[in-house]
Design a protein around this ligand. Structure first.
Ligand code: HEC
Length: 134
């Protein structure tokens, strides 16, 4: 009897602790909440660039990612506002610059192969992100 009661009390405690954790835990930071890879053939153009960027670049370039952190420090040293550490907030990036950085890397950024990001995916991302044009 005693053990059964203790078992029940334990079960109630475990459920209560689980609920408290689920309620109280902060949501994961954006760079850990990347969009899923959009459906479709990775070699065919025209897939959702926003989702592609989030999925392929987001671990480093969404808020809290190491790319964002490094770029925020670099941009602030140049006198630019901290928000410009997020690539989506930049209006000075050209498509060709983005493509070159992705294929060849830049300092702390590794180059990404055509397996990691296909040419069609990179073209979509560069068109969407490169607000300064070609
Ligand atoms: C493994 C982490 C990582 C991934 C994945 C990554 N980047 Fe980066 N990226 C960085 C880091 C770190 C920097 C800053 C490099 C430095 O200045 O030291 C950077 C810099 C850049 C820059 C240069 C910005 C400037 O002001 O010169 C561009 C453009 C860029 N990334 C685009 C992309 C795109 C597009 C993708 C996805 C296809 C991508 N990156 C994926 C880490 C990453």
């Amino acid at each position: 009897m005693k053990t059964r009661l203790a078992g029940r009390a334990m079960a109630v405690w475990v459920i209560a602790a689980g609920v408290a954790w689920a309620d109280g835990a902060p949501p994961p930071p954006p760079y850990q909440m990347r969009a899923p890879l959009p459906e479709g053939d990775r070699l065919v153009p025209g897939r959702d660039a926003d989702a592609l960027f989030s999925n392929r670049c987001g671990a480093c370039h969404l808020a809290g990612g190491m790319g964002t952190n490094i770029l925020t420090k670099e941009r602030m040293a140049l006198g630019a506002p901290p928000e410009s550490g997020l690539l989506v907030n930049r209006s000075d990036l050209t498509r060709s610059y983005i493509t070159t950085v992705v294929r060849h890397g830049k300092r702390a950024m590794p180059s990404l192969s055509r397996v990691e990001v296909t040419d069609a995916e990179l073209a979509a991302i560069a068109r969407w992100l490169g607000k300064a044009g070609e």
